[in-house]
Design a protein around this ligand. Structure first.
Ligand SMILES: *Cc1c(COP(=O)(O)O)cnc(C)c1O
Length: 389
């Protein structure tokens, strides 16, 4: 096949390469690529230009030595864990992880002879004690979902080094704009690019990066062999989104902080959750270590549980209810019945996930518009509560 040429001009944007495989003139040509003597691609499940471009851009942002795109955030988490553990190993994981990550470690890894235990990573003495069991890996989130607990990532990283435990950070809520875990000693970082890095709700993608080249080779092989690869189209879309990522993240984080600060706790709105609020348990750490803001996520807890949440959602259809986050538009989610659906009621309540908790992913709308919508939603809940009291 001969590709079109356009005289002296070249496309101003990076093209989408959907080819599943690449062709070669002869055996010597493919041998060169296998041997790594010349750049080039062979089979899209192993590597393709759109994934390569996007991973490079994310490597720069994360200060990673290597990084790869995967078909989802969960694929990135799976690839990272499989890159480190084998049968007989022990994995320690934060008690505040994304629901599916907890399931992966608790339910799937056990089938391969990997044991696990959960730990409260905001209790450093407890974490130090748990690390005495010499786990192979610790899995944590920089800012947890949905209670937005911020880990002391410097201390966690030091404790892991001391114990010889590899540290794997899910940085989805913080993003490389707020936090670069590899800089402070984490071994692996992942992002669900599905969320604010893409930010337009139209791709499912993950990224995994690290510093140790041997671990990089292992993770790369796992992505290809287990089939965790990303689609060229998704990578192409996300590359375009990446050019506005910093602008969107700044705007959403500022909005989230301003919105949180404007909410007044009363008999209807019983709690507001944001790391910059004065009553948040990790406020001091967030204020010092996250100078660019503590993220675009916010929690509100309503009195009246599930029916109050329904009243709020029905009153403000502009704030879409959808079980995802990171969109340019503000969206609402309900951890109790979506992201943490499969966890026991006790586990949920221990984390503070009640039926009245709404998780808000704040978008880039004008702040006054958002404040008005929240006011409208809360008024509807107040009215509903008045009728049943
Ligand atoms: C969404 C999410 C994931 C999983 O990512 P997918 O792209 O949906 O597979 C992992 N961790 C966190 C914190 C998330 O929000």
């Amino acid at each position: 096949m001969s590709l079109p040429t356009f005289g002296p001009s070249v496309p101003h944007v990076f093209p989408l390469y959907t080819a599943a495989s690449y062709e070669f003139a002869d055996l010597d040509a493919i041998e060169e690529v296998y041997a790594g003597q010349s750049g080039g691609y062979i089979y899209a499940r192993d590597a393709h230009p759109n994934a390569g471009l996007l991973a490079n851009e994310l490597n720069t942002r994360e200060h990673a030595q290597w990084g790869y795109m995967t078909g989802s955030g969960m694929a990135a988490i799976t690839a990272g864990i499989l890159g480190v553990v084998k049968a007989g190993d022990h994995v320690l994981y934060s008690n505040r992880l994304y629901g599916r990550t907890t399931q992966l470690i608790q339910q799937q890894l056990h089938r391969f002879g990997v044991t696990s235990a959960s730990v409260d990573c905001n209790d450093l003495d407890g974490l130090a004690a748990a690390l005495e069991t010499k786990p192979k890996l610790l899995m944590v989130e920089t800012i947890s979902n949905p209670m937005l607990r911020v880990i002391d990532h410097l201390a966690v990283s030091r404790l892991c080094r001391y114990a010889g435990t590899k540290l794997f950070v899910d940085n989805t809520f913080a993003t490389p704009l707020l936090c670069r875990p590899l800089e402070i000693g984490a071994d692996l970082v992942m992002e669900s690019v599905t969320k604010i890095i893409n930010g337009h709700g139209d791709v499912t993608l993950g990224y995994i990066g690290g510093t140790d080249p041997e671990l990089g080779k292992q993770v790369n092989a796992i992505i290809s062999i287990w089939g965790f690869s990303a689609s060229p189209f998704d990578c192409w879309q996300a590359s375009r989104s990446l050019s506005t990522f910093e602008l969107r993240m700044h705007a959403s984080s500022q909005n989230a902080k301003a919105l949180a600060e404007s909410l007044i706790i009363d008999d209807v709105l019983i709690n507001a959750i944001h790391p910059n609020l004065h009553h948040h348990p990790d406020r001091e750490y967030a204020d010092v270590h996250f100078p660019a803001g503590a993220g675009h996520m916010l929690g509100i807890e309503l009195v009246g549980g599930r029916s109050a949440v329904n009243s709020f959602m029905r009153a403000v259809p502009e704030l879409t209810f959808t079980p995802s986050l990171g969109d340019v538009h503000t969206t609402l989610s309900h951890p109790d019945s979506t992201s943490h659906r499969y966890e026991s009621t006790e586990t949920k309540l221990a984390q503070g996930i009640t039926p009245g908790l709404i998780r808000v992913s704040v978008g880039i709308e004008p702040i006054v518009e958002l404040q008005n919508l929240f006011h409208k939603g809360l008024s509807a809940v107040r009215q509903m509560m008045a009728t049943i009291r």
